[in-house]
Design a binder for this molecule. Structure first.
Ligand code: C5P
Length: 233
């Protein structure tokens, strides 16, 4: 049996990668599997939350039971969904791997090879969705009680780098909780296991021992629950 400690809590979780199109057949993408976001959505629903899962490109994953599933392709699509859905949410978890950049131009027809030199791809910056949500909350467009959660996939070894980057990112993004994962060398992406830390804006740092993404989801939700206002917690 699962605790029903998230009964009545409205949660929006983003998962998977975005794909930034170049032409009808090509895109810039990333290797996010969506597994951690799906595990979070499933675990939250089992604990009684009303969950919307906004998913980009993901591995062949079964949609979690009792979760509203919305599919998106690009970072801009995701930004639009998140801006809209965050308004009613008690918790927003940005587990998606959002492309930082997108091609400036989209070619309606397949880009042809011309001569021997490739044309450069000109890029522009995508919105930082998590940062925008923090700003919207400060501006009163979201409830001041909305809990905003981010992820940070950092390369580097366990002691040097990863945790420091995570602390810096938590401060820069301004979210309430940041899940820091060590990536690279086959860690995190596409695997079933995960490890890292949970950092909170109020200074708590919890190490996450290596475990399944389901276990990780449970630990993340355990860290989110105390941040909820008591009325809905
Ligand atoms: O800065 P970085 O991309 O490492 O931050 C990761 C966190 O920010 C994740 O929670 C990710 O979903 C979110 N993000 C975002 N919009 C972006 C890039 C990242 O919301 N354009």
């Amino acid at each position: 049996a699962f605790p029903r400690d998230l009964t009545g809590v409205k949660m929006v979780v983003s998962a998977g990668g975005t794909r930034e199109p170049l032409d009808p057949v090509r895109y810039l993408g990333n290797r996010s599997s969506g597994k951690q976001g799906y595990a979070l959505a499933r675990a939250a629903a089992q604990r009684g939350a009303e969950v919307t899962l906004v998913a980009g490109s993901v591995a062949d994953l079964a949609p979690p039971a009792a979760v509203e599933l919305v599919r998106i392709r690009t970072a801009e699509d995701l930004a639009a969904e998140m801006r809209k859905r965050a308004v009613d949410a008690d918790v927003v978890i940005m587990a998606a791997a959002v492309a930082d950049f997108r091609p400036v131009n989209f070619s309606d027809s397949k880009i042809k090879k011309k001569g021997t030199d490739p044309d450069p791809i000109e890029l522009t910056t995508n919105p930082d969705i998590l940062r925008e949500l923090v700003t919207a909350r400060s501006a009163g467009e979201l409830s001041s009680e909305t809990v905003l959660v981010g992820f940070a996939a950092e390369t580097g070894d366990e002691n040097g780098g990863v945790l420091d980057h995570g602390r810096e990112k938590l401060a820069r993004k301004g979210c309430d909780l940041l899940v820091v994962n060590a990536v690279g060398d086959g860690k995190a992406f596409g695997t079933d296991d995960n490890t890292g830390w949970i950092l909170t804006a109020d200074g708590h740092e919890t190490a996450l021992p290596l475990g399944t993404k389901t276990l990780m989801a449970t630990r993340i939700l355990d860290a989110v629950t105390p941040l909820l206002p008591t009325s809905s917690g």
